[in-house]
Design a protein around this ligand. Structure first.
Ligand SMILES: [Zn+2]
Length: 480
């Protein structure tokens, strides 16, 4: 039996366990830092498989590690699992018409139920392989909550959780099969609070100092800043307290949440400093007081280019998920839920993967049935962000994407929730598990590549992980 056949067998034998986990986590749909039932479910399943559990990692109640040691315990392999849901994205599984299970309730619109259960399946298969073949090594399943919130992996990295890990692999549910060549950008989030003086807006407005004016002037200032920042940067904001609902009172207190993204951590920090200056200017103009508190930050993600080709080879070996005619038909129904403008954008995006000619044909059966090659020369970034980036500054890290949804499917959507609970999602998840387990084995067999990967890491991080958050920022449990 080849290694591939053995891994396929090990994953397939316990496929029902992984699918049940994915379906249950999908139905719990727990928001960041509140993934108590999802974490407990994974903990119990991993304990049953002989993993040793450590809870409350990095002082986050739903963060845990599950470790299995074989022989000398070297090398140490990590799989990065997530299991948090998104607010407002409730939707029936596999249903191509918007129909929430509970209107406005959370749903797995980013597929983290598949991500977590897929890593479970990979960790168990690798554990079974090491035990059966009597091979040395350690498998660590990292239970990482709140990726959609303020994250956990940067706190875990800051606590040294990845210090003795030789390499970490993970995956993300997507619409194509690829080892991700592009990076993702760094992000920082902060709350800006303005305090002024309340007053009667009709009779004594001159006695008032408006916190709302300050906030609006800050937003205007940031809008002017946009012309003078790098193209790849993003700044977005949302009011968390707009100062009340009474126009006849001068608002004396506002809170606005800002997020600043840029390809590299230093670019992100520099740009954030400029946003803070604008906030100071707004306070000066309005004679209000401004305070800001950093609430979250992720480092940029760049794949480890020494290890990515190994994962790429394994992905080619395992191959794309095998879709049925029913799968294709359902995927087509989902694709048709998007309006013309969105479909146009979807098609443009898919030109990264298919030529114009290929695209028309592929979109007749819109589930990715091929493997797209890793491009080691890729040097651009997706404009999203992930706390996987921080793991990538602590240990050599690679992410792969596997199709669990129709081609071009929009992330963080009800369609994505539907796919994440469907058979299409489950097929993608099991494919991911096989690639992750096989890649881990192949990497473990090549200690010289692990060393080369660590050298690459050292050039990137200067020898140690540096957290993009100030030391005072703790995981915002219960307040994010
Ligand atoms: Zn996600």
């Amino acid at each position: 039996m080849t290694q591939l056949e053995l891994i396929n067998k090990l994953v397939d034998e316990k496929a029902d366990d992984a699918k049940n986990l994915a379906k249950q986590i999908w139905s719990f749909a727990e928001l960041p830092y509140t993934e108590t039932r999802s974490a407990e479910l994974l903990i119990n399943a991993l304990e049953k498989e002989g993993f040793k559990i450590e809870r409350n990692v990095a002082n986050i109640p739903t963060c845990f590690t599950a470790t299995f040691v074989s022989g000398s315990g070297k090398p140490v392999v990590g799989f990065l699992a997530e299991y948090d849901a998104l607010d407002g994205l409730s939707q029936k599984a596999g249903c191509p018409v918007q129909d929430p299970i509970s209107a406005g309730a959370p749903g797995h619109g980013c597929g983290h139920n598949l991500l977590g259960a897929g890593c479970y399946s990979a960790a168990v298969a690798l554990k079974d392989y090491l035990a059966q073949e009597k091979i040395d090594g350690t498998v660590i399943f990292f239970g990482c909550p709140a990726e959609e919130g303020a994250g956990s992996k940067q706190f875990m990295a800051r606590a040294g959780v990845f210090d003795n890990v030789d390499f970490a692999y993970t995956w993300h549910p997507g619409f194509v099969n690829e080892v991700q060549s592009k990076g993702s950008v760094a992000i920082i989030g902060a709350n800006f609070t303005f305090d002024g003086i309340a007053s009667h807006a009709g009779s004594t407005p001159y006695l008032g100092r408006s916190a709302l004016d300050a906030t609006e002037l800050m937003n205007v200032g940031v809008n002017y800043l946009r012309e003078h920042m790098i193209d790849a940067a993003r700044i977005h904001y949302a009011y968390s307290d707009s100062g009340g609902t009474a126009p006849n009172v001068v608002p004396n207190h506002t809170v606005i949440k800002y997020e600043v993204r840029a390809p590299k951590v230093d670019q992100m920090q520099e740009l954030f400093g400029r946003v803070v200056n604008i906030a100071k200017g707004a306070a000066l103009m309005t004679e209000t007081k401004m305070q800001y508190e950093i609430t979250m930050a992720f480092s940029d993600y760049v794949p480890n280019k020494t290890l990515a080709p190994i994962v790429d080879e394994c992905l080619k070996e395992v191959g794309a998920p095998k879709w049925t005619e029913e799968d294709y038909a359902l995927a087509l129904e989902f694709l048709r839920t998007y309006n013309k403008t969105t479909l146009k954008t979807i098609k443009e995006g898919l030109l990264d993967y298919y030529t114009h000619d290929e695209l028309d044909e592929v979109l007749e059966k819109p589930l990715d049935s091929v493997v797209h090659p890793f491009n080691k020369y890729e040097n651009t970034y997706n404009s999203g962000s992930t706390d996987v980036g921080d793991v990538g500054y602590a240990t050599p890290t690679v992410t792969l994407n596997i199709a669990t949804a129709c081609l071009g499917n929009v992330g963080h959507s009800w369609q994505n929730t539907a796919f994440s609970g469907s058979d299409i999602g489950m097929k993608g998840m099991l494919t991911a598990a096989k690639v992750l387990a096989l890649s881990a084995i192949r990497t473990m067999e090549q200690p010289e590549l692990i060393e080369a990967a660590k050298k690459e890491l050292k050039i990137k991080n200067g020898g140690k992980y540096t957290c993009p958050l100030p030391d005072y920022v703790m995981p915002p449990i219960g307040k994010y």
